[in-house]
Design a protein around this ligand. Structure first.
Ligand code: LLP
Length: 419
């Protein structure tokens, strides 16, 4: 996270002292770097320059309007998975013709809404969805642009909860059924077959699974062409991993170059538009969660730093035992103890880091790193905890991009029974 640096023994983010951010906006608070987001997207865009490529941002990773707005202005498309995400993207100024709609359970209302908005493509995940979409589109006198999401049966080598391309996964259409599904799609009145799509998982740190999936897609494109079904685009999904704990994933440029090299060698896909749906690699290392130590306590077995952020703010450690580096904002010399960094929620799974060497005192600030993706977007109100504020730092200034929730807002929609 090269937008962080130590100045006078304090951690700074793009030139803004994190102490000041905590002072001004309170804790817990998410802090993102504009330069880091634009830099990550820019690397993809540069690598794709001169080619027919649409880099979409998988907005489930972080859907704050300010983040979407920056990416829309930079030219990104968007990968959405719900009507809610579509509304958010449009509210942030996204152009619907650069939006692709993924997801395994799109409702009729969501399909209608996306059709009316004019999204670029529906990534359809089952034959039932195909028929539903065809009926809806035909009733409106339209044909919906469709790619079928293929399950390439490739092991992404990642955590089972975020691996999506295996045979037993709920995602996509089984490889063996794909040709049949395309034939059906080509005959449906409300469908216009435009592409093919896959997404094999997330936090992938090797090139080989991407290339293996691409090989299977190329094979399918060739067989479809032989069947008289010509496609206009190939969507290879997202999934590029980031450095949380020393992982060394391929760079964004290396990934795209390897894909382009393979595509250029295939006459069947060479001329097609390529699309991607990257989430984590655009925002993951562009954000941190700032939290304050409330209490230090120890028992015979362990030392606990109880902080004011919890699993409701950052769910990844509780859900996947995910590792996030944790660093003190104020450096106090060498660590003498190892701490479990835990939140106030009433669950033993409520921890942010375990067994960390930290030199800390009560009231110190800690930065939980690599929290820009799937942090705020997966947060909840468990234990009636208002969700954190979000701040974007930009060339020395800190801007509030989401207010901290109020407790009243958390029960505003509740209704008591009549007397
Ligand atoms: N496209 C589709 C269809 C997806 O399902 C996903 C992520 C992406 C693109 C973006 O993947 P990315 O480039 O961010 O890896 N909550 C988990 C990650 C779940 C990912 C779900 N799908 C986590 O915190 O690690």
């Amino acid at each position: 996270m090269d937008w962080l640096e130590s100045r006078d023994g304090r951690l700074n983010a793009e030139g803004v002292c994190l102490d000041e951010v905590a002072e001004r906006f309170g804790t817990p608070v998410y802090v993102y770097s504009r330069a880091a987001i634009e830099g990550a997207y820019g690397e993809f865009a540069r690598a794709a320059r001169g080619r027919k490529v649409l880099i979409c941002y998988a907005m489930k990773a972080n859907s704050n309007l300010a983040v979407l707005d920056l990416l829309a202005r930079a030219g990104a498309g968007f990968d959405i998975v719900s009507g809610g995400e579509l509304q958010r993207a449009l509210a942030a100024g996204a152009d619907a013709s650069r939006v692709v709609f993924s997801g395994v359970g799109k409702s009729a209302a969501e399909l209608r809404m996306a059709l009316d908005a004019g999204v670029r493509c529906f990534n359809v995940e089952s034959r039932s969805e195909l028929r539903r979409l065809s009926t809806i589109a035909a009733a409106a006198g339209r044909r919906a642009p469709v790619s079928l999401r293929v399950n390439p049966d490739v092991d992404a080598g990642t955590h089972p909860y975020i691996s999506t391309g295996l045979r037993e996964s709920k995602f996509g259409i089984a490889h063996a059924e794909v040709l049949e599904a395309y034939r059906e799609a080509a005959g449906l009145p409300g469908i216009e077959v435009t592409g093919i799509d896959c997404h094999i998982g997330s936090q992938i740190t090797e090139l080989s699974p991407f290339i293996a999936a691409l090989e299977r897609i190329i094979e399918l494109v060739e067989r479809l062409a032989a069947d008289g079904i010509a496609l206009r685009h190939v969507d290879l999904g997202g999934g590029l991993g980031i450095d949380y704990a020393g992982e060394r994933p391929p760079t964004r440029t290396a990934l795209l170059e390897a894909i382009f090299a393979r595509v250029d060698a295939s006459p069947a896909v060479r001329g097609l538009e390529l699309m991607f749906e990257f989430g984590r690699s655009i925002v993951g290392n562009a954000g941190l969660l700032l939290t304050r130590v409330e209490y230090l306590k120890s028992n015979e077995a362990r030392n606990f730093a109880v902080v004011d952020a919890a699993m409701n703010d950052l769910m990844r450690p509780a859900l996947y035992e995910a590792f996030h580096r944790i660093v003190p904002v104020r450096q106090r010399g060498t660590a003498e103890a190892r701490w479990d960094v835990v939140g106030p929620v009433c669950e033993s799974g409520d921890w942010l880091g375990r067994d960390r060497a930290l030199a800390i005192e009560e009231e110190d600030l800690l930065a939980v790193l690599s929290a820009g993706a799937y942090g705020m977007s997966m947060s909840s109100n468990y234990n009636t905890r208002p969700r954190a504020a979000e701040v974007m730092v930009d060339r020395g200034a800190a801007h509030l991009i989401r207010e901290r929730e109020t407790v009243e807002s958390l029960y505003a929609l509740d209704r008591r029974l009549p007397d």
